[in-house]
Write a protein that binds this ligand. Structure first.
Ligand code: CR6
Length: 825
């Protein structure tokens, strides 16, 4: 067994013949078809079913070991889990990828074809949801007892189509033809109360008792997705709740009268888990969204308590030893008053004892400083949906205000500032404050972000609770984001430094000494070229655009947001185009700008930017004067499985957010890990990437956070840049003409307006020249093939820090205090 642990690749648990037999068995007995009739979809399902046998065996053993060892576990509460596809991941983690490929080949099927059959499980918007997916991968790999809790959305993030350059949203139906991984657990159904009113009663000794008479009750049905760790020993679970109408009729409310009519206005049970809100970094403020949050938190807490009680009965004294709950942003913050309600109203603990438990159980991760993303709920809305919770929030706040008064006596301004309740025309509940107050640890997601959380978002909380605010820099799983998505590079690395880097990513450091070795450089760049050929094929298939694989592949993939500044990249592309038109001999290495981005459906300017990129692309790609020096490809429907194709092929990684705005970023880590060189600002985790790779192996440009603030304070005026820099002026004015939108002048003007009339909130113009110059430096560097190869290799070699295993290790040490649990076979 130890021999296996020091060994590198997971050893296959079954051989090719057995795998083949399992696939055939499932084709016959699970799918009711046979080898002659089966299409790729059936082959995919049969292959999933074959590996699922191993998965479920691992799951059973894991759950038994965790139960027998009465393990302390982390419960990762997240409204989003962006899992992507699972087949190739599960095969890889069991060491069965080649076995399965061989078995299928003998059956006349290409594994690469059937992998494409799997719909992405896109139950998340972007970075935050994908981070949760990477974390549960690492937790299982590190044999830590953990469970992910979230929502079983019927429709994940919308599918993006591009029609005449514009984004169209189509529903995502990832489960339409069944999902082979999930297991329904009707035995663990929970009931969740909503609406209604609170009755105050008096118990023995005059104890005030609160009884919530709900106006409706919904059922939460759990679906379990097994999460397989690398080498397949620990198989944890992601438990997602689906809402259903409850068969329980609420006589209580019925008898109270009047509520039957009011019910009609209430949200219908089935709609709760229907759809993922497609907003990234904006708070929706909708009643249904709050209900979604409460729904999954309440189900999950009850599930945790049921499990705890099975082992410890009504003895609450060990609850905080066994349970830690990580709140992934404030989306699950309503868990704090919910646990208080359960402890005080149901278990009848005293307030102080209950609060003592709560504040040892919860920890909170902040993922943004953007004001529009900091959740606030109207007190009236909470009162309507969760009347008892509002009372509890007021009580928490009342006691907290006393603490504030002790620290800053008589300082009412301080009280107003720190209060959970924001006073105003409409009273609002600040979920961030509630989370900080109710948690024992609060972390930001990159060094710089955590510093800003302390210094500008929550400075007084930092003073009040010294040591509570900390940092855990984000990470990514190298199993998915190198081993599985880039087999060419993985095999080259295996040969060079051995095969244990997927578990111990610092081992990649061993590549650094070959960075200037000509032979290795050639091998490394050959893999990159092969990956570029695959992406070129994808671009041809999807967009009918021919791209030159010898061009620089410049990749910007992330949600579309002004702060991420895809429009800065666009202005530079237009400037390059203009330079070529003015001077046909303009000297540049050919470049392919590849974009992938979804815009929130209600975010007008973001959609306008997508439209503009596509219109500019049309023009440039079809203009013979450009002579193929520039191509622009906007690949529709960016998602995990598309990222897996784009990232291995990137030469340049665009990370160009306004300094101070991107909390961390994780795409930056994935691209660098696959040998792309970053052009970026000193923002989020870029700062730490720069520290790792060194200034010579990254292109840093633009204003720093301090400079951004200073410029803002001194009155930033984008017109200064417009009038001072003729290229900026020309490019912005170009947007107003009908050059890119023949017959429709002004179709792209909103971008110019946002950058001039609307004050350029993300300082695109202030950074334009620095960015454009940095791109010229990239161009020059790329022409020196050996130098570029060296940079690319160093980027891969120095990414050890950014494995999500390291993030999890940090959480375990700084926050969760967990121990691994060996799984007995
Ligand atoms: N949008 C941050 O913006 C970070 C991820 C994960 C984000 C991004 O910089 O890498 O979280 N924030 O920590 C939120 O979702 C609120 C994101 O994905």
């Amino acid at each position: 067994m130890n021999a296996k642990a020091t060994k590198t690749q997971p050893s296959p648990v079954i051989d090719k013949a057995a795998f083949k037999a399992a696939v055939i068995k499932h084709l016959h007995c699970t799918l009711g078809t046979d080898e002659n009739k089966a299409n790729n979809h059936a082959w995919w399902k049969a292959t999933c079913a074959a590996i699922q046998e191993q998965v479920l065996e691992g799951l059973r053993k894991t759950q038994k070991s965790h139960y027998l060892n009465d393990t302390r576990a982390v419960h990762y509460f997240s409204a989003e889990f962006l899992m992507g596809r699972l087949l190739s991941n599960n095969l890889q983690n069991f060491g069965l990828f080649d076995v399965a490929g061989g078995a299928l080949k003998e059956l006349g099927v290409e594994i690469s074809d059937i992998l494409e059959e799997e719909p992405d499980m896109a139950l998340g918007n972007g970075g935050l949801g994908r981070l949760a997916a990477c974390f549960i991968d690492s937790l299982a790999t590190m044999e830590l007892p953990a469970i992910g809790y979230g929502i079983h959305y019927e429709h994940g993030l919308f599918r993006q189509e591009i029609k005449s350059g514009a984004q169209i949203e189509r529903p995502d139906s990832w489960r339409d033809y069944g999902n082979p991984w999930e297991i329904c657990r009707p035995e663990s159904i929970q009931e969740v109360s909503l609406y209604g009113y609170v009755e105050t009663k008096y118990g023995e000794n005059g104890r005030v008792l609160k009884e919530w008479h709900p106006g409706s009750i919904v059922k939460g049905v759990p679906w379990d997705i097994p999460v397989v760790g690398y080498e397949g020993k620990t198989v944890n679970v992601l438990r997602l709740w689906q809402s259903e109408a409850s068969d329980y009729f609420n006589w209580d409310v019925f008898n109270a009268g009047g509520y039957v009519d009011a019910q009609r206005e209430n949200v219908q049970a089935e709609t709760i888990s229907k759809v993922l809100y497609p907003n990234d970094e904006t708070e929706a403020g909708k009643e249904l969204r709050l209900i979604q949050q409460y729904f999954f938190c309440s189900c999950s807490l009850k599930d945790i308590i049921r499990r705890y009680k099975r082992a410890h009965g009504d003895d609450w004294s060990r609850f905080a030893d066994q349970v830690v709950i990580q709140l992934n942003d404030t989306h699950p913050a309503i868990s704090i008053p919910e646990l208080m309600r359960i402890l005080v109203d149901r278990a009848e603990l005293g307030w102080d004892e209950a609060w003592g438990i709560c504040t040892k159980v919860f920890a909170y991760t902040n993922h943004t400083l953007l004001p529009e993303a900091l959740e606030k709920w109207p007190a009236r809305m909470i009162e309507k949906i969760l009347p008892r919770h509002l009372e509890i929030i007021y009580e928490i706040n009342h006691r907290f205000m006393a603490e504030v008064d002790k620290k800053w006596p008589g300082d009412n301004a301080m009280k107003a500032k720190l209060s959970i309740i924001e006073e105003g025309n409409e009273k609002m509940v600040r979920m961030g404050h509630l989370s900080v107050i109710g948690s024992f640890a609060v972390n930001g997601v990159a060094e710089m972000h955590s510093r800003l959380v302390k210094s500008s978002l929550f400075p007084e909380f930092d003073e009040l609770y010294p040591g509570k605010l900390t940092n855990v820099t984000n990470g990514i799983t190298p199993r998915r984001w190198l081993k599985a998505c880039n087999p060419g590079l993985s095999k080259l690395i295996d040969k060079k430094i051995g095969e244990d880097w997927p578990r111990d990513l610092d081992k990649l450091q061993g590549l650094a000494k070959f960075a200037s070795n000509k032979t290795f450089q050639k091998q490394f760049m050959k893999v990159k070229l092969e990956n570029k050929e695959l992406l070129a094929e994808e671009i041809r298939k999807s967009l009918d655009i021919e791209v030159d694989v010898n061009a620089i592949f410049d990749v910007q993939i992330k949600r579309l947001h002004e702060y991420k500044r895809q429009h800065l990249a666009l202005l530079n592309i237009m400037a390059l185009y203009r330079r070529i038109l003015e001077n046909p001999d303009y000297d540049m290495h050919p470049r392919v700008f590849v974009f992938g981005a979804k815009a929130a459906p209600g975010y007008k300017l973001a959609k306008d930017i997508i439209f503009a990129i596509n219109k500019v692309a049309d023009k440039i790609n079809n203009d013979p004067r450009v002579n193929n020096k520039i191509k622009v490809a906007f690949l529709p429907n960016y998602r995990v499985s598309l990222a897996e194709k784009m990232i291995p092929a990137a030469d340049v990684s665009e990370q160009i957010s306004t300094a101070g705005k991107e909390a961390s970023g994780t795409g930056n880590m994935k691209l660098a890990l696959n040998g792309a060189v970053t052009i970026g600002t000193l923002d989020g985790a870029n700062v730490e990437i720069a520290e790792e790779v060194g200034d010579d192996n990254i292109f840093i440009f633009g204003l720093t956070v301090e400079e951004v603030n200073e410029l803002k304070a001194n009155g930033y005026n984008p017109h200064d840049y417009y009038y001072k820099d003729p290229e900026i002026k020309a490019v912005l004015d170009w947007l107003e003409t009908d050059y890119f939108t023949p017959g429709k002048p002004g179709a792209l003007v909103s971008i110019k307006q946002s950058l001039l009339d609307n004050g350029d909130p993300y300082m695109v113009l202030a950074d334009f020249r620095a960015y454009s110059d940095a791109q010229i430096a990239v161009d020059a560097a790329y022409r020196d093939k050996e130098r570029w190869a060296e940079m690319a290799i160093i980027n891969t070699a120095k990414m050890g820090k950014f494995t999500s295993d390291r993030s999890i290790r940090d959480y375990v040490e700084r926050v969760w205090k967990l121990s691994p649990c060996k799984i007995e076979s």
